[in-house]
Design a protein around this ligand. Structure first.
Ligand code: MN
Length: 197
């Protein structure tokens, strides 16, 4: 496989974001988003996805975190879509269950080419750190639309909202890792009878 890397810049009046991704990385994150809890979550995606992420973001945080979190999801999705290429020879589907103490989440992803987010999560608090938990939906919707994936996220149990979020992002990283991995038996074929994804 050729190098699965991409760098995407996205500039609007609300945010300026640059994301570099290496799908075959070592799990390193270099990140400055200005939203500390989001940095903590992206660190989980990089580490558990074995993906290298280099992210620089400046946004209108004086309003709130909304535009920055949503646009990060969009830009990350664009970078994934570019890095993964034509999807020949990958597993395509990935899934993971991840616990953290009392919390348990399941994430299932399909690099289907068809954007779809099915998120079943009830956070036990509205705010984690200073981050509005509604913004996780915005992040994943932005990612899904631009990475063109089907993504099912279920928080099965959880009392502590930090744990709920962390299990979701760790499972997201693990599911990504499985889905983008090279399948030696697929040997460069498209993982679809349709012939394209
Ligand atoms: Mn934590």
């Amino acid at each position: 496989m050729s190098a699965r890397i991409a760098t995407v810049s996205r500039d609007t009046n609300e945010t300026q974001i640059k994301v570099s991704v290496n799908l075959d990385g070592e799990g390193h994150l270099n990140c400055e988003t200005g939203v500390p809890f989001l940095d903590h979550m992206l660190d989980q995606v990089a580490r558990h996805g074995m993906i290298d992420l280099d992210i620089h973001a400046t946004g209108d945080l004086h309003i709130d975190d909304h535009h920055t979190v949503e646009d990060l999801g969009i830009t990350l999705g664009q970078a994934f879509n570019e890095a993964i290429g034509d999807k020949r020879g990958i597993y395509r589907y990935g899934h993971a269950y991840v616990p953290l103490d009392e919390a348990l989440s399941r994430v299932v992803i399909d690099f289907s080419g068809r954007p779809g987010l099915y998120m079943n999560v009830e956070f036990t608090r509205d705010i984690i750190g200073r981050l509005d938990t509604q913004l996780f939906w915005e992040f994943f919707q932005g990612f899904v639309n631009h990475a063109r994936v089907t993504l099912h996220i279920d928080n099965i149990k959880g009392f502590n909202a930090h744990h709920q979020a962390e299990t979701i992002f760790k499972a997201f990283g693990r599911a990504l890792r499985m889905a983008v991995a090279e399948d030696p038996r697929m040997a460069g074929q498209m993982p679809s009878t349709k012939g394209s994804l």
